[in-house]
Design a binder for this molecule. Structure first.
Ligand code: DP6
Length: 329
């Protein structure tokens, strides 16, 4: 096609992905489960440049260098290898999510890039193959290929080709209308990348193995609760899984702490809401922001309370769609 455009949305994990058993292939230790959001999409255009001798990346209007350029080029190399082609490309990407804020811009970014690049280089991939490809860019991107609730299988480490066994797929039997209320406490870049923080956690936290074991049980219970439409059960498992992940980081050496006193204030308020009888549970990623999980019917009430106590930007996100092509204009 020479040129292709794709759009993808971020996702927030309710059972977290934290820690890689294979860094190169981006194979995780545990299965994870997320909700793809309907806010903050990333739009990415890939155009092949037969005469260029290097890839070019333009992110939100600025020429990318350093880590963003390096990761994008490495990803394009992988696509070229799969397609058996050599042309370089220009990648133009537009985020609507505050970068580095723990709102998973790498998930929407690599899901959109995987779809656009595959198309531009003439690869025709099935959904699971596309998810596996997106995974190589950023683990959480494997899940943003799909909409709604999504499970990412860690895969079988003993399989002849473990790469083939680790992909995401939609949870088709979920009967729950849930929203995530994002409390944007800080939209700045994070001090420690999630890549580095994961590495440190796996290598040094005495709690890590236990959290992985718990995550397996959490996932099975959450799938049942999703099928039953049991909001409270889904919420309790999600909050506990997220707090457990942060506990593994706190006990790494050197410790990684993404949560701030402002995050703690929000966590306290979420508990207060529960005491008042409102079903609300917290989840946090590699940053200070807190996302409050609740039934969609309660989302505006929860958001109003969060605005009142924090005074910061609060965004209500509902279930959103998977990655899709956009026609080139
Ligand atoms: C805390 O997918 O950003 O958001 O694979 O190294 O690119 P890399 O990491 P990334 O990590 C996401 C971690 C998390 C939890 C999650 O989304 O499951």
């Amino acid at each position: 096609a020479r040129e292709a455009v794709a759009v993808a949305h971020p996702n927030i994990a309710l059972i977290k992905y934290w820690g890689k058993r294979d860094e190169h292939l981006v194979l995780p230790f545990n299965d994870s489960l997320s909700l793809t959001l309907d806010v903050f999409p990333t739009t990415t255009k890939v155009r092949l440049e037969p005469d260029a001798d290097a890839d070019r990346v333009v992110m939100d209007g600025a020429i990318a260098r350093g880590e963003v350029l390096r990761r994008t080029t490495a990803f394009l190399e992988l696509v070229r290898e799969l397609a058996g082609r050599r042309e370089r490309a220009v990648v133009e990407t537009r985020n609507t999510v505050p970068v580095g804020a723990g709102l998973a811009s790498s998930a929407s970014g690599f899901a959109a890039l995987a779809l656009a690049a595959a198309h531009a280089y003439g690869l025709s991939l099935g959904a699971a193959q596309l998810s596996r490809l997106a995974r190589r860019g950023s683990g959480s991107a494997a899940r943003s290929v799909f909409g709604g609730f999504v499970v990412w299988h860690a895969g079988d480490p003993d399989a002849p080709d473990p790469d083939h066994t680790s992909y995401a797929e939609p949870v088709t039997d979920a009967r729950l209308d849930a929203s995530l209320v994002a409390v944007v406490l800080d939209a700045g870049p994070k001090a420690v990348s999630s890549r580095e923080a994961m590495r440190r956690t796996v290598a040094t936290s005495p709690l890590y193995r236990g959290w992985v074991t718990d995550s397996h049980a959490d996932l099975a219970r959450m799938r049942t609760a999703l099928r039953d439409g049991d909001m409270a059960c889904v919420g309790e498992i999600a909050e506990r899984n997220a707090l457990g992940m942060h506990a593994t980081m706190e006990t790494a050496r050197p410790a990684v702490r993404y949560l701030t006193s402002a995050s703690t204030t929000v966590l306290d308020e979420v508990r207060r809401l529960r005491r008042e009888g409102v079903g609300a549970w917290a989840t946090m990623d590699a940053g200070p922001n807190v996302k409050v999980l609740c039934a969609s019917a309660d989302a505006e009430q929860v958001a109003a309370r969060m605005r009142e106590v924090t005074g910061v930007l609060v965004v209500v996100a509902r279930s959103g769609p998977g990655a899709r092509h956009e026609t080139v204009t």
